[in-house]
Design a protein around this ligand. Sequence first.
Ligand code: FNR
Length: 357
Amino acid sequence: RPLVSVINLNDFEAAASEILTRTAWAYYSSAAEDGTSYDNNLQAFKRYGFKPRVMRPVGTVDIGSSMLGIPTAMPVFVCPAALAGLGHPEGELNITRAAGKAGIIQGATNATFPIEDIAAARLENQPLFYQLYVNRDRKESERIIRLVDELGFKGIMLTVDAPILGKREKDMRMHLPKVVSLRFLPVNPTGVSASLDSMFDANLQWSDIAWIKSITKLPVIIKGVQTVEDVELAVENGASGVLLSNHGGRQLSYAPAAIDVLYELRQRRPDLFDRTEIYIDGGIRRGSDVVKALALGARGVGLGRPFLYSNAYGERGVAKAIGILEEEIVTTMCLVGARKVSDLVPEMVCRYPTRSE
Ligand code: FNR
């Protein structure tokens, strides 16, 4: 499938299912148990619609924004995802390069390439966040936090929805081919996910944010918050940002979709949007999905799989995926009557009642 024939992010998924190795496809597309959380992430966006405004001058639309005070060309970021190297030999480096050229932030993580290589692939002044899993060996986590601080990363994304890994059956059924070089992982014969699992600290708790803040001055974004109550706790415990996420449906089965948590937060605690930056990820495949989230108050919107899938074509694929998203965001903003991101307000989005309501 030639790249010119790809016109939306779903096309990238279809193409990736043909191009990628079976192991890469299984790992990327995998979700917990029966895929309920994953499906819900995609379906949830269909429960929200627009209340567009007309007769507003939208001849020029500016989608520039910022995250934690860092300017970004659009309010979209690359979610951290392990093992981009399964899909392309240049792995995460393609994603870093494409994100840098497009002017968006990537949440990088210790992956197929060491974090030093990812940092070296940056453009000058290209901002990166580092996604941290707290290791059972706290000294090792301290070392990594200091390292990313020294390397000039701009923030820590602390992932909190993975005390252990969810049950990912596609991944369980695969056997790792020996050609895959997982330089940083003690590879476990029961699958890629199981190899990652062996490093996590299941005893992480809210007071550990203070521990991270005692090691670094970098802002901490809590990734994987799934309830309004936990947004409150994240703010109380000093989070600079909260990423509403269910890990792309890969952890808890029957987890809430981030867009629904965002909506509930807007209803119940609109004040918290002034106290911390709220981001969401999970199931975002269209510019209209992004715009709905922004209107409800998200400061930035993350995508995971679409960038892994587009990376099957290398850097030019990732660049194209970002470009498609940008065009769709501009189109949607024009059509809802918003010339800049701050013109997007909650009144532009409505929620359709579900059958049970
Ligand atoms: C992830 N995600 C993830 N999150 C994280 O905090 N650390 C990680 O190492 C990974 N690894 C990872 C691998 C793969 C293959 C996927 C698909 C996802 C979750 C990721 O950051 C994000 O939350 C979701 O991918 C968002 O959902 P979509 O956009 O994939 O639907």
